[in-house]
Design a protein around this ligand. Structure first.
Ligand code: SAM
Length: 269
């Protein structure tokens, strides 16, 4: 398993149930073939045909994957092993579930925070129209809102958009707007933003995303991508594309307690 150990530690105390898969939005269902351990997933969808039907009807692109997984993985009879498989599957995708089920817990448990001085000079963002794409619970968007004129927090998940709107009301923050959208399909006109930010939110469809960023940022505006990781950057294909001669981002990194903070910055021509 790639993520379950880390996610169990990170979201310790959260109760996950098979039915939580019914909360996934269509674009998250599309990510399942790359994320789920197939044997464990086959066990879950055999036990819960309702969930299998729901996933396929909400995103038909996973139909073939589901039928292949069922064909290639044997049925399990042992009840305790079935329980173990389902538990393991749910923890492997716990981040996707928590985003929908408990956005406030995602927000509370964020282990690290960005500091404005490590991102951008305050005078460079003052009075600017900016966006945080893949904004999640809006951690970066709310930080930027202290300096920028307007912050559009673009986020495809409705649970996070609702969370951001409520937090903006609670904190009387009048310049943050939560907007539905994807990084490879940003619902704004050409040359709209002074600065576009992402924080741990790039690389689902990297070429299209980078083209889209060039379209929506004004000439002489900036694109800044922040990534917090635990492992070495050279293993990361997104890093390779950003620093490639074609996209020409300038890269810098700083160490924090148990990881690395990466920053990629580019002035758009
Ligand atoms: C790892 S979280 C990071 C959230 C936030 N930026 C932060 O730093 O806490 C990734 C976020 O990107 C969103 N997301 C997933 N696919 C996306 C896409 N194709 N375009 C934009 N955002 C996406 C997810 O819903 C989630 O909120």
């Amino acid at each position: 398993m790639r993520y379950s150990k880390m996610l169990r530690e990170h979201f310790d105390g959260i109760n996950l149930m098979a039915e939580d898969l019914l909360l996934l939005e269509s674009f998250q269902i599309k990510y399942l073939p790359e994320r789920v351990p197939q044997n464990e997933f086959a066990t879950l969808i055999r036990e819960y045909p309702l969930i299998k039907n729901h996933l396929v009807s909400k995103n038909p692109s996973v139909r073939n994957f589901i039928y292949t997984v069922l064909k290639e993985n044997e049925t399990i009879e042992d009840k305790s092993l079935i329980k173990k498989h389902i538990d393991e599957l749910l923890w492997e995708i716990a981040d996707l579930i928590v985003y929908n089920k408990s956005p406030e817990i995602y927000d509370e448990k964020a282990k690290f925070k960005w500091n404005i001085d490590e991102i951008i000079a305050k005078k460079s963002i003052t009075g600017k129209v900016v966006t945080d794409v893949g904004a999640g619970s809006g951690m970066l968007a709310f930080l930027l809102s202290q300096y920028a004129e307007t912050v559009y927090a673009i986020e495809p998940l409705s649970s996070f958009r609702t969370f951001i709107r409520q937090k903006a009301i609670n904190e009387n923050c009048r310049n943050v707007y939560a907007v539905d959208g994807f990084l490879d399909s940003i619902p704004f006109p050409d040359d709209f933003f002074d600065i576009l930010f992402t924080s741990n939110a790039i690389g689902w469809n990297i070429e299209k995303e980078l083209q889209e960023i060039e379209r929506v940022v004004k000439p002489h505006g900036q694109a800044i991508h922040l990534i917090r990781i635990n492992k070495n950057v050279t293993e990361n294909p997104v890093h390779e594309r950003l620093v490639s001669g074609e996209w020409n981002y300038t890269f810098s990194k700083t160490h924090d307690t148990d990881g690395l903070k990466l920053k990629y910055i580019k002035t758009i021509r």
